[in-house]
Design a protein around this ligand. Structure first.
Ligand SMILES: Nc1ncnc2c1ncn2[C@@H]1O[C@H](COP(=O)(O)OP(=O)(O)O)[C@@H](O)[C@H]1O
Ligand SMILES: C[C@@](O)(CCOP(=O)(O)O)CC(=O)O
Length: 410
């Protein structure tokens, strides 16, 4: 498979891949405008597009989402029905996702879904996935000033992911960025000149569209997840849209530990909002401390990069040890916000026994913990992995960084 940056015409088949992410520091406080640090993962989602020349009225848009066991067909008349359900009177512009009449468009998509008996009985994850998909399709492909949905050739969109759904590894952002990239690509290739270039400006547009998809799933997302999935690498992020790429010393590794406890990001973000409304000054103080941790960590990552480049092992080890102190403090502050879970605390304790440092990642309440893997601690890591597996947790040793959204010709 060839990775491309530019497409000059719409091929009959192509695919898009997008990484998952791991938040290293600053989850939750990032929702309130504080700094956070996150990295892309080497686990990816892959969206495959296949276009059909023959018109099949009953299977005009075929969407396969095997990770959430959803396989649906929309006929041409379903599509017309979907478009007539949209009640937004305001125009919006493909290049300006934030001008979209979000609430009314979502309402239109919901009305359409409710009107279709074939969608009755879908589970929450399936409904959310379908809602995101249809919303991004109509919002991106059917801007009132340049309607592009009518006149499309029938196509199959199939999206599979290496990422566990709903565990804090960014499956939802990776899903939304994949969809946004696909529809932005289709929209661009239907206009003269028919060129789609995956440059930084386009990645920003894709990320902003994906943010609206994330709003459907999460309610009040910070924007961190869609940005790190779109741009990849290691980034420091501040709401609404300040992104700083941090040079990534090669081979920064973390152990992802799956508690196998399911949780819901929206509920956890709401839990913190409630705590904040009850104890404004205290929660603000906790969040300011998280901000300071992230500012310090950003500096340490830069120093680590330099130390690694100079092969200064002693300096690297001392910087890793300071980073571990920051991770440990961040976990305790998240505990204070009420978003940890006994299984997450158990993983942090087990890591400590082996002289390693872990913390929760993402919304908390279950999902994943991450353990920092400094150079030279291989033996401790192996022992910890065995112990974690023995307790029924899942482990995967992952390298941080790697490309954001990519385009592939099959
Ligand atoms: N591979 C996928 N296929 C379809 N929908 C997905 C996929 N991955 C994520 N989603 C959507 O994202 C939601 C999970 O979001 P969330 O709970 O935030 O999990 P995570 O922390 O993994 O991002 C699912 O309910 C589903 O709607
Ligand atoms: C809690 C929060 O900071 C991170 C949520 O992460 P996740 O989607 O659960 O991995 C929310 C956000 O940034 O939108």
């Amino acid at each position: 498979m060839t990775t491309m940056e530019t497409l000059k015409n719409l091929p009959s088949k192509f695919s898009i891949s997008v990484p998952g992410k791991v938040i290293l520091l600053g989850e939750h406080s990032v929702v309130y405008g504080h700094l956070a640090i996150a990295a892309s993962l080497n686990l990816r989602s892959k969206l495959e597009y296949t276009c059909f020349d023959e018109l099949n009225e009953n299977d005009f848009v075929h969407i396969k989402l095997p990770n959430i066991k959803l396989d649906i067909s929309l006929s041409s008349s379903d599509l017309n029905h979907l478009l007539t359900s949209l009640s937004s009177k305001n125009g919006w512009d493909f290049n300006n996702p934030f001008n979209v009449d979000f609430d009314n468009l979502v309402l239109g998509v919901e009305t359409f879904i409710k009107s279709q008996t074939k969608f009755h009985g879908l589970e929450t994850q399936q409904l959310l996935g379908l809602k995101c998909c249809l919303f991004l399709m109509v919002a991106i492909l059917n801007c009132p000033n340049q309607p592009k949905l009518a006149g499309l050739k029938p196509f199959l969109l199939s999206l599979t992911s290496d990422l566990p759904v709903g565990a804090g590894a960014g499956s939802s952002a990776s899903f939304c960025v994949s969809l946004a990239a696909f529809f932005v690509c289709l929209a661009s290739l239907r206009e003269e000149p028919r060129v789609f270039c995956l440059d930084e400006k386009t990645k920003d547009l894709i990320s902003n569209w994906a943010f609206l998809g994330e709003r459907i799933t999460h309610g009040n997302p910070s924007g961190l997840d869609n940005n790190v999935c779109a741009f990849g690498s290691l980034i420091a992020f501040r709401r609404p849209n300040t992104i700083t790429k941090i040079p990534l010393c090669s081979g920064v590794r973390v152990l992802l530990v799956d508690t196998k406890v399911s949780r819901n990001t929206r509920t956890l973000v709401e839990r913190v909002a409630t705590l904040k409304s009850h104890h404004e000054a205290i929660v603000q103080t906790i969040m300011k401390a998280m901000e300071s941790i992230c500012v310090e960590a950003e500096k340490l990552f830069k120093l680590l990069d330099e130390a690694k480049k100079c092969h200064s092992t002693e300096e690297s080890l001392s910087l890793f040890s300071r980073m571990e102190e920051l991770w440990s403090m961040n976990h305790s502050l998240l505990q204070a916000l009420g978003v940890s879970h006994p299984s997450l605390d158990q993983i942090v304790q087990m890591s400590k026994k082996h002289n390693l440092v872990g913390k929760l990642t993402g919304a908390g309440g279950g999902g994943f913990a991450i353990v920092l893997v400094p150079t030279g601690k291989e033996k401790a890591l192996t022992l910890l992995k065995d112990e974690l597996l023995g307790c029924g947790f899942g482990v995967s040793d992952v390298e941080l960084g790697g490309p954001g959204v990519q385009l592939h010709l099959n």
